[in-house]
Design a protein around this ligand. Structure first.
Ligand SMILES: [Zn+2]
Length: 347
């Protein structure tokens, strides 16, 4: 019998959609942190902000603290300079190729709190004028932000209050299909943040007893490599990163599965923890895969590097076209919830 029914899954999907729509490039995550904090308070929990503004909450239970970690920061950009033409040169926040943002709408968030819309374009984007549009190698010098304001000189852009250090968020284009797919930017890792919120709600509703002390940690600097480096509770024994499952031609995960990671760029995940997750997935009849992610790092890796003496693991819903316009399915969200629930509650 499944522990998680479709209503819990649908709450996770709902939270995922709402989170995806909140701009939160790494370093500019206050609104997403508040969303998570307020959602936990509404469920009757007592979350707290760590010094670096991760959101941490104890779900209950006694002994052997386990942390389930998801990150609310996403890819994005920062204004580096204003070009003489009035377009913006940006520095990337997180890793992605330029063609993953070309043509995308975006929002510029000035440090004074104003917002302006724009879009990412090649500097000579018209095929009727530039015959090399298809063959030009994209980089940060020729992919630029064209601001949706009548500006054609750097001074006019400065007069709007836009300048170096402003954050740029990408239009997530979040869409739900009748067939259960969620298409959006930033499902990495907002799908998992939504999953953890739904898990917290399910625990409140069912009053299930926990096997151990279980904490949620919503980190805010994962995409730049130090999300899980601080803020774990005292005595922590395990961290399970709940982050997107990678999909590729020689990997078993798809966007309807929960993915269990055996190894990423930092090496193998903890043997016993990973094996017990696989055993649970098997016994529950979940759609899952145990996979090796060739280019990947997680908050669990970061915690180990920071010096925590812990066991570490990684699971998450399969996400197609990661760091681009991504896709997952409600089945992957349900399978991830089911695996988490079975791992933390008493039988
Ligand atoms: Zn991620």
């Amino acid at each position: 019998m499944n522990l998680i029914d479709t209503s819990v899954r649908d709450r996770a999907v709902q939270a995922t959609v709402e989170l995806c729509k909140i701009p939160s490039p790494t370093g500019f995550t206050r609104q997403a942190e508040r969303y998570v904090f307020d959602a936990l308070v509404a469920l009757g929990y007592k979350p707290e902000y760590t010094v670096k503004r991760s959101v941490r909450v104890c779900l209950g239970g006694q002994g052997r603290p386990l942390v389930l970690a998801a990150h609310v920061d996403t890819l994005g950009a920062m204004v580096r300079s204003i070009k003489p033409s009035g377009s913006l040169r940006v520095a990337k926040l997180g890793g992605f190729p330029e063609n993953y943002i070309e043509g995308e709408n975006c929002t510029i968030h000035t440090r004074a709190g104003k917002t302006f819309s724009g879009r990412f374009l090649l500097d000579k984007p018209a095929v009727h004028v530039n015959k090399n549009v298809g063959t030009t190698a994209r980089d940060d010098t020729n992919i630029e932000v064209v601001i949706d304001e009548p500006v054609s000189k750097a001074d006019e852009v400065k007069a709007l209050g836009i300048g170096a250090g402003d954050f740029v968020s990408f239009d997530p284009r979040t869409t739900l299909t009748d067939s259960g797919y969620i298409k959006s930017r930033h499902l990495d890792d907002k799908a998992s943040a939504g999953i953890l919120l739904a898990l917290a709600g399910w625990l409140k509703d069912t009053k299930r007893e926990l096997q151990r002390s279980v904490w949620l940690l919503f980190t805010n600097y994962e995409e730049v490599g130090h999300g899980g480096s601080a803020g774990l509770p005292d005595g922590v024994e395990e961290i399970l990163s709940v982050d997107m499952g990678a999909i590729g031609e020689d990997l078993g995960t798809d966007d309807r599965s929960v993915s269990i990671c055996a190894k990423d760029s930092s090496g193998p995940y903890d043997l016993e923890l990973t094996d017990s997750l696989v055993a649970i997935a098997k016994e529950a009849g979940l759609r899952y895969a145990l996979d090796v992610y060739p280019f990947y790092g997680s908050d669990a890796d970061t915690s180990l590097r920071a010096g925590y003496d812990i066991r570490h693991g990684l699971i998450g819903p399969g996400v197609q076209a990661s760091h681009g316009y991504e896709r997952t399915h409600r089945d992957a969200i349900q399978a991830t919830l089911e695996l988490l629930a079975r791992y933390i509650v008493k039988a």
